[in-house]
Design a protein. Structure first.
Length: 440
């Protein structure tokens, strides 16, 4: 079912190691060619295009592209009490963590009368996308909305695909979660067209829409399929984006002390997301590898989404990677840069401190990725496809801008005037120096 890659006894450069490691093949450029005309259609025709595209891709033509506020509020009344309790607990924990993320401004007195301050300013408006294809994700509503609210964003809009079996409304639990978070601007719009609506805004086409259905935003965030990723790539620059999220990934660095049942369960849990989901075990223990393979076969056969899981585990993006020791294992997972990385080894906390590339790190046998997906308090919108090498997961910082404020008095400027002039002339920009001299 799952393939093996044996790196034992091989001294590989980073380039060679990257070539050996499994990764989902996702053609965002090709998807971009498909998506570009859809985005242009949304930009030109607004709500009319959104209804046409919903009918084409979701099999339903929503009457209300913007979900009525009373419908959002009513979704809480029919919410299962156990689900309500779980959502409330998740919201509480995620709020606690994200409140602690808010950065503090600072003031530096560079010299007498010379001051530089830094302020953190939230973006004006954000568009938060919540997928609804193979699965629906009320948990993603929480991750996106809470981070934006903690940042102080004043205007939040959520979009999630219209559901055919709900007369064109988004998933009921998604709507209820929006209500619990105080969000009343929700759109029954899915996929790339939701990204286009957020980036360009959308004029109304039916009386129910009003003249303007949706105002444009400053930042678009949230996970999605390859077409959502392609759309975000195409509108980057018109708006900010969090990342081009690809198929989900789990990597587990485990030694012989790990429980094979735990490891197999965690690999399967991520594989059920998508046939392109990546499940990677890195271990120096051939015995553990064999035991995990056996457990995977049993768990795959027994799980609800067995076909999807089997396809993901059998894909080229998934593998058991055998290494000589934990040192080589660390080199492998640092090169891989997984979205989710579990450390199931002796001294797991110490090993985790040596990880340099991962979207999020889950330490020890009782910190599975599923915990982070829902209720750890961390954010589950994370970089995929190796993007953890250079970017972070979603957080308060995703919705803030650092702005520096410079304030010098006459004496402080005069103190450095000659040096500014010298640098300006060295760069061939004498008017820069003259702008300083003009003040004296």
């Amino acid at each position: 079912m799952i393939s093996r890659i044996d790196l034992r006894g091989r001294a590989l450069s980073r380039r060679e190691l990257l070539a050996e490691l499994p990764r989902a093949e996702v053609d965002v450029e090709h998807a971009g060619e498909v998506v570009a005309p859809l985005l242009d259609d949304v930009r030109r025709r607004g709500a009319a295009a959104l209804r046409d595209l919903a009918e084409r891709f979701d099999g339903v033509r929503p009457e209300h592209l913007r979900v009525p506020a009373k419908t959002i509020a009513a979704a809480v009344d029919v919410l299962d009490p156990d689900v309500r309790a779980a959502l409330d607990e998740t919201i509480s924990r995620v709020r606690a963590v994200h409140a602690a993320q808010v950065p503090q401004g600072f003031t530096v007195q560079v010299a007498p009368g010379a001051q530089v301050r830094q302020r953190w300013i939230p973006v004006r408006r954000v568009g938060l996308y919540v997928p609804g294809g193979l699965a629906v994700y009320p948990s993603s509503v929480i991750m996106n909305v809470v981070a934006a609210q903690a940042a102080g964003v004043g205007s939040l809009a959520v979009a999630s695909p219209p559901q055919k079996d709900r007369d064109g409304l988004p998933d009921a639990v998604v709507l209820a979660t929006c209500a619990l978070l105080g969000v009343d601007e929700v759109y029954a719009v899915g996929g790339a067209q939701a990204v286009g609506m957020f980036a360009y805004g959308a004029a109304g086409s039916d009386e129910v829409d009003g003249e303007t259905l949706c105002e444009p935003v400053d930042v678009v965030t949230g996970p999605g399929n390859v077409y959502v990723a392609a759309a975000k790539r195409l509108v980057r620059g018109v708006v900010g984006i969090d990342s081009e999220a690809g198929p989900t990934e789990i990597a587990i660095l485990a030694d012989g002390t790990a429980d094979a049942g735990h490891v197999a369960a965690d690999l399967v849990s991520q594989a059920e997301h998508d046939p392109l989901a990546a499940a990677v075990l890195v271990t120096p223990s051939a015995e553990l590898a064999g035991a995990v393979e056996a457990k995977l076969a049993d768990r795959t056969e027994a799980t609800f989404h067995r076909g999807r899981v089997a396809q993901a585990l059998d894909g080229s993006q998934s593998a058991i990677v055998l290494v000589d020791d934990l040192e080589q294992g660390l080199a492998v997972v640092n090169a891989y840069g997984a979205e989710h990385l579990e450390i199931q080894t002796a001294d797991a906390a110490e090993v985790a401190e040596r990880v340099t590339s991962a979207g999020a790190i889950f330490v020890g046998p009782y910190s599975p990725v599923s915990l982070g997906d829902y209720m750890a308090g961390s954010n589950h919108v994370l970089p995929t496809g190796g993007c953890a090498h250079f970017t972070s997961g979603l957080g308060v910082h995703s919705f803030l801008r650092a702005v520096q404020v410079i304030e010098y008095d006459a004496d402080a400027l005069g103190e450095v005037a000659d040096r500014i002039v010298a640098l300006a002339e060295a760069e061939g920009l004498p008017a820069h120096g003259e702008a300083v001299r003009a003040r004296f």
